[in-house]
Write a protein that binds this ligand. Structure first.
Ligand SMILES: NC(=O)c1ccc[n+]([C@@H]2O[C@H](COP(=O)([O-])OP(=O)(O)OC[C@H]3O[C@@H](n4cnc5c(N)ncnc54)[C@H](O)[C@@H]3O)[C@@H](O)[C@H]2O)c1
Length: 460
């Protein structure tokens, strides 16, 4: 059994309700509820099912539940067969939250976006917590996985769970372990990197921080059923901040190379060649790569959860703000280079036909949340361009939180009919040699045409 040394000593004195949960988690006979069956919650449910746990997924989106119950996946990289296999192992999906009371542990994986004013939108976490509260049972473990600022679990979730549960239960706090009348709460951030197949999912260590040490241990043992290693930290706040540090580190370093790219373009230096050379240093340097702007649910959003919270402490998170400013300017930079490329051919953006390659925010995935492609379409259309797109992962692009495009994927043929082919996402499926050969002009924001020599290419 994997226990922290401190807890091993107290394990014999654990209250019966915790011992019982711990045993079921170790033996994987525990029932686990996963709330929010999106990019995080669905793969997690499958992993837990494959590890032998009895898993029920909860979502308010009826369509997702109907699809899953019919053995259908709605996430590109998860084939139907994986859903069907999980079903054979007992996985069920439901919109009926009363089933939560049967679960030994409940894991919440709901969205944490920003509002229009770039402030944390915790409405999903709050609503989910309110849905969970009435069904809490004594000894249950509740884990939040959604990325958020330090203090969310303690300041937002716990008060609701305590006030709105029907049995008058309290969260187990630090200090003497109660024999009865308590439940346990922990935070454990998700670390998935969609499209990255270099590390097996189970080999990504899972950070867990409980409200006190019993919750930490229960959560750590739960995750050790599916991950090679749990990393126990001393509090929910440390676990919450860990995730933000990881994402801020990426945002700041991407901003750094984006800024250096802008300078390098003026100096006539190839920034990608520079990064590749620097990356040969065996210590003290980790390569980050420039691009057309940040995308995805994490990097463009999560840092602002911390900068918002920092204001409560009269603190300005200058690195976060500066990185945001640089990264957010990149789509406009790409549009400038489309204009430059067209200009070289004595054409204007106004009236041009542009085929954009890639809607997804990064290569080989089917996720367009916060994708810079969306912004670039808007900017090009504002300047009078006609924009079409091709992306093997998106047959259509309809409506999202901040866009309503109603576009259909254009076949990758007759490229010479477009004034410009704009590479926004470097999907592996594309044949870049052929694209360059057949296009009139290629604007490449990803260095996807590396090694191809042609006067038609404008790298930006
Ligand atoms: N996608 C990633 O790669 C990734 C990586 C690390 C962390 N995260 C974090 O994980 C969290 C979830 O992200 P995601 O990408 O899975 O989001 P998602 O939008 O793909 O899925 C969220 C799901 O929650 C459901 N939901 C919303 N409100 C609900 C409620 N009240 N009750 C039940 N279900 C509800 C939605 O219908 C949806 O199916 C976010 O905080 C995100 O920042 C995501």
């Amino acid at each position: 059994m994997a226990c922290v040394p401190g807890l091993l000593q107290v394990e014999s004195s654990l209250p019966q309700i915790a011992k019982e949960r711990l045993r079921r988690l170790e033996e994987r006979t525990a029932k686990i509820g996963v709330i929010g069956l999106g990019y995080v919650g669905l793969p997690l449910s499958i992993l837990l099912s494959e590890a032998g746990f009895s898993v029920t997924g909860f979502d308010i989106d009826e369509k997702k539940v109907v699809d899953l119950e019919a053995g259908r996946s709605y996430i590109f990289r998860i084939p139907n067969t994986e859903i069907q296999h999980a079903q054979q192992l007992g996985f069920k999906a439901t919109t009926e939250f009363s089933n939560l009371s049967e679960q030994d542990a409940v894991i919440m994986c709901v969205p944490t976006p920003l509002t229009e004013h770039r402030e944390p939108d915790l409405s999903y976490v709050e609503n989910t917590t309110r849905s969970v509260a009435p069904w809490i049972r004594e000894g249950q473990l509740i884990v939040l996985e959604s990325t958020t600022y330090p203090g969310t679990t303690e300041e937002l979730m716990i008060p609701i769970l305590e006030a709105e549960n029907l049995l008058g239960l309290k969260v187990q706090g630090p200090g003497i372990a109660a024999e009865h009348g308590v439940f346990y709460v922990a935070f454990s951030p998700e670390r998935e990197d969609p499209g990255n197949n270099t590390v097996a999912r189970r080999d990504i260590p899972k950070v867990v921080g409980g409200h006190e040490e019993i919750a930490t241990e229960l959560a750590a043992v739960l995750y050790e059923g599916i991950f090679t290693r749990s990393v126990r930290v001393s509090s929910t706040r440390v676990a919450e901040m860990t995730k933000l540090l990881e994402n801020i580190y990426r945002s700041v370093n991407i901003a750094l190379v984006n800024e250096l790219k802008l300078l390098s373009l003026r100096m006539g230096v190839d920034i990608w060649e520079v990064i590749d050379a620097a990356a040969t240093k065996p210590f003290g340097f980790h390569p980050f790569y420039p691009g057309p702007g940040l995308g995805g649910h994490c990097i463009p959003i999560d840092p602002f959860y911390l900068s918002w919270k920092a204001k409560e402490y009269d603190f300005n998170t200058r690195f976060i703000e500066l990185a945001g400013e640089v990264n957010e300017s990149m789509p406009a930079h790409v549009v400038d280079y489309v204009a430059k490329g067209l200009n070289q051919q004595k054409k204007a953006v106004n009236g041009s036909r542009i085929l954009m390659l890639g809607m997804a925010y990064k290569k080989d995935i089917d996720d367009l949340r916060e994708s810079p492609s969306l912004k670039v379409i808007e900017l090009l259309r504002d300047q009078g361009a006609e924009v079409l797109y091709n992306d093997p992962y998106f047959p259509t692009v309809g409506r999202g939180r901040r866009y309503n495009l109603n576009m259909t994927c254009t076949p990758l043929e007759s490229l010479d009919q477009y004034d410009c082919t704009l590479i926004m996402t470097d999907h592996s499926d594309y044949d870049y040699e052929e694209i360059v050969t057949k296009s009139q002009l290629v604007v490449d924001s990803r260095n996807a045409t590396k090694g191809i020599h042609s006067s038609k290419i404008v790298r930006c």
